[in-house]
Write a protein that binds this ligand. Sequence first.
Ligand code: UD1
Length: 417
Amino acid sequence: MSQLLVRGGGLLRGETPVQGAKNSVLPILAATILTADQVELQNCPRLRDVDASVRILRELGCEAHWEGGTLLVDTAGLNGCGISDILMREMRSSAIFLGAILARCGQAELSYPGGCELGPRPIDLHLSGLRDLGAEIDDAGGTLHCRASRLQGREIVLSIPSVGATENLMLAACGAGGVTTIANAAREPEIVDLQAFLTACGGQVFGAGTSTVTVTGGRKLHGCTYTAMPDRIVAATYLCAAASAGGRVFLRGAEEGHLSTVTAVLREAGCEIRPDAQGLVCSCRGQRTAVRPVRTAPYPGFPTDAQAILMAALLRSRGATVFEENMFENRYRHVDELTRMGANIRVFGRTAVVSGVERLYGAPVRCTDLRGGAALCVAALAAEGETCVSETSHIARGYEDLARDLRALGAETSWVD
Ligand code: UD1
C-alpha cells in the first residue's frame, strides 16, 4: 500500500468538491436489495468500504458497475442470503445487510462483524430489534442464522441511539407487515438520507432526523436514481486542514447544517467560516486558540468521527483543550503518532488534554484507523519538514483520494509506493 508524503509549513489556498458520504451510501447499498430492481446511485464515493459493499452485493448474485461517479446496482438477480466470513470481516458495517436480506429472503446467514480498531463493536441492539420484529436468530459458532417467515411491525425502543441499529431496523421494517416505530432512533443526517432513498423507492418512512422513525412496511419497493449527500466528516477534515495550516479554502458542496457543532468549535478557535450557495469558505489567519471542552456525542452532538481531526488542528493552538470521547473505547490511538510529531497530549481514560506547542516536526507516522490516519495528515500540514504517513489503507476506507484533495487545497502532498 502507498505511503502519503506531506510537506508541511505552507498556507492553504484552493478549493475542492466534497465527495459523497460513505456512511450514507453504505446503508443505501444494503437497501438496494429491498428493491429487486435497478438503482442508479449518483455521487457515490469510490472507497474501499464501498468496494466491499459491491463485493457483498455480487456475492449475493446482484450486479453492480461504475459509470464515472455513479454506481449502478441491479438486485433483481439476488440468489443468495449468506455473506462469507471474509467479506463480513473486511468491513465492520457489513451487519447493515442483515435487515435488508432478511426482509427480502426471509432468512440470512452472516458471521459476526467482530471487533474493530476502535474497540468492541457489538450488534446486540440490531439483533434484539430484529427479534422484536419476529426474526429467530441463532448465533452458535459465531455465525448468525436468521429466519423470519414473516416480519411483523411493532414498537422497538433502542437503549442507545445507534446509527447502524436504526438503519438495519429501518430496512427490515420495510419488509415487515404493518407499522414499525423505532424509538430513541439515531438522528444523524445519514439516516435522513436513507429515509429519502427509501421514499424515492416507494417506501413509507417518516421521522428520520428526530428520535422516532416510523416505517409502514409491506409495500413493494422499486428502483430509482438517487444522489448521495455530501460527506460531512470529509468536509470537517478539510476545514480542520485549513485550521491546522492556515489559509483560505472553499469546500464545494459542503453543507454547514450537517456540521454545525464542528464549525462552532472551529470559529471558537479563531477560524472564519462562511456558507454560500455552493459550499463553505473557511479562512484561518494567525494562531488558533484553545477551545472549551469537546465532548463527543450522538448527533447533533460533536461527532466522534471528527474528534481526531479536530485534535490535530489544535496541536499548535494557544492554551489547552480537553477532549472527552464518549462513543468508542479505543479512539485515541492516533495520539502516540501525533506525539512523534512533537504534539503535547496526555490521555486519562476517555479524556485527552491537548496543550498547544510552538512547533510540530515532520516524522514517519503510521495510521491506526481511518479518521486517526486523516488526523496525521491534518497535523502534518502544520509541521516543519516532511511527514511520511504509512498504513494508509485505513484512509482509503473513507477518502477517495486524500492527497489529491489536499493538493487541490494548496498542500504539498503525494502518494509514494
Ligand atoms: C456509525 C458510523 C461511524 C460513527 C458511529 C458513531 C457508519 C457506517 N458508521 O457507526 O462512522 O463513528 O456511527 O457516530 O455509519 N452499540 C452497542 N450495541 C449495538 C450497536 C451499537 O452497544 O448493537 C454502541 C457502540 O459500541 C457505540 C455506540 O453504540 O459505543 C454507537 O454506535 P453506533 O451508533 O451503532 O455506530 P455505528 O453504526 O457502528
